[in-house]
Design a protein around this ligand. Structure first.
Ligand SMILES: [Zn+2]
Length: 229
């Protein structure tokens, strides 16, 4: 190895790094044109702008929005009916057992207004604990997973990445026993009794959804892939 070829190699690396910087100034979503968070010096994300990064946190896709509840409802209903009709199937029983185990290992229920400081892992556990405390049938999260699989399979323009499937299913699970609701009375002016209420829902976005989705996927992987419902 001589000096000249070393220098050539080094120059090549330097120029490639410089060009990469130029490439990463703008969001890579076609037609977006916003600066990336790295380009605008507001974060470490070098590929997407803040709006697309936010979108991804909410939906699990940079371009595909969440499926509306009305689109998913018939899939969820049919999936649940199929699960109920096949509850003695060894694989269905095993998936149910895995969800029950997530419920049992989730620890104590955490009120929604205490979730803020927790890690995504702990918030995922708290979500399973809420389902356990609310006695949500373990078949419902499984039906949610199957419904999302079917919705993606029937979508003419799907996002086929595993991330999207997990986040979409996790959003359904996250919503099943969501929120802390408190109601109290106090005496107002003139001795009138005033009823006050507080509703606090955990935010349905970010890494907590990735964790829930991954755990749900693991529970459901025992089900047959060619399931008809
Ligand atoms: Zn963008």
């Amino acid at each position: 190895m001589n000096y000249a070829s070393n220098k050539r190699r080094r120059d090549d690396v330097v120029s490639r790094v410089a060009n990469a910087d130029v490439d990463h100034r703008f969001c890579r979503i076609a037609g977006c044109g916003n600066p990336t968070r790295a380009g605008s010096n507001s974060g470490l994300n070098r590929l997407y702008c803040r709006a697309h990064e936010d979108y991804f946190q909410r939906h699990g896709s940079y371009v595909k929005g969440s499926y509306p509840a009305s689109l998913l409802a018939p899939y969820r209903k049919r999936a649940l009916a199929w699960l109920e009709a096949n509850r003695t199937d060894r694989r269905v029983a095993l998936a149910i057992q895995r969800i029950r185990s997530l419920y049992q290992r989730a620890g104590a229920k955490v009120e929604a207004f205490r979730l803020a400081g927790l890690s995504p892992e702990d918030r995922a556990r708290a979500a399973w604990a809420r389902l356990r405390v609310a006695e949500v049938d373990p078949m419902l999260p499984i039906a949610a997973w199957l419904a999302i699989e079917r919705a993606i399979a029937n979508d003419p323009q799907p996002d086929t990445k595993i991330e999207f499937k997990r986040v979409q299913a996790a959003k359904l699970v996250h919503r099943m026993a969501s929120g802390t609701h408190k109601r109290w009375e106090r005496t107002g002016p003139g001795g009138r009794v005033l009823v006050e209420e507080m509703h606090k829902y955990p935010a349905s976005r970010g890494r907590v959804l990735r964790h829930i989705g991954e755990q749900l996927a693991l529970a459901c992987e025992v089900l047959p892939a060619d399931l008809k419902f």
